[in-house]
Ligand binder design. Structure first.
Ligand code: G3P
Ligand code: CA
Length: 233
């Protein structure tokens, strides 16, 4: 793999700001993060919203299932920083034409959001983003549907497990790479999640993986800079 390992903020910058919040995304963009990873679900009225869980219980001031609320109902609830749950459109507006690369995770592993692939791909295409979006999902069927809709986009399968014959697997499915929990010695492009530990960060930067996804991008940037400085001597 050539080029330096890119650093993606896992749900924005949760080490300092509410996860998947506009505040966290804004800070990361203003501070030149390479990429942002975030999670997308559909409301009852099929609006893509940016939140990790299938419910609002953990990250807002109320309880309930996302898909049971319309967007206007969902907008009544507050994140820990008093913001509302962002829509995908709000995040895309914020990113604008900045150089930040997006990794949109389609959260279809527990809920079957009918039509999410078409809705999200169509919405993203209507924005003039500087970098190609990376779409990821734990649900392979979702990525297959995406590929049927538009095979020119970047799709990466998310998995906790070792992927046997990874290079062949990726080629057969028309994926652009894998988002792995554990590094694999493969030719295929890989990004590793969620890497917060200094030792692991150093190891993955030295292995020159395509990307790491981290809760603390500022720490990861420092680790990457220190490796680069040593190489200069
Ligand atoms: O994209 C990597 C990572 O976000 C997947 O796990 O549960 O944090 O969405 P999770
Ligand atoms: Ca995620």
């Amino acid at each position: 793999m050539s080029g330096q390992t890119l650093i993606f903020g896992h749900r924005g910058f949760p080490a300092k700001y509410a996860e998947n919040s506009i505040e966290g995304f804004r800070y990361a963009i203003a501070n030149q993060i390479d990429g942002l990873e975030f999670d997308v679900h559909l409301t009852k009225d099929n609006v893509p919203v940016v939140i990790h869980d299938e419910t609002i219980d953990r990250t807002t001031n109320d309880k309930g299932i996302i898909h049971d609320f319309t967007l206007s109902e969902l907008k009544e609830f507050r994140l820990a920083n008093n913001e509302t749950i962002p829509t995908l459109e709000e995040v895309l507006e914020l990113v604008g034409n900045s150089s930040v690369q997006l990794n949109i995770e389609l959260k279809t592993d527990k809920t079957n959001y009918v039509g999410i692939e078409e809705i999200v791909l169509t919405m993203v295409k209507s924005y003039n983003l500087a970098k190609p979006v990376i779409y990821s999902s734990f649900n392979l069927e979702t990525l297959k549907k995406c590929n049927t809709i538009d095979n020119s986009q970047l799709y990466c399968w998310l998995t906790m497990h070792t992927v046997p014959d990874a290079d062949l697997f990726v080629k057969k499915l028309g994926l652009s790479g894998l988002h792995l929990h554990h590094y694999q010695k493969i030719d295929t492009l890989q990004r590793i999640w969620t890497v917060n530990d200094t030792f692991k960060l150093k190891k993955l930067f030295n292995l020159n993986v395509a990307g790491i996804i981290t809760d603390n991008f500022e720490k990861a940037v420092k680790v990457r800079e220190n490796i680069a400085k040593k190489e200069d001597y």
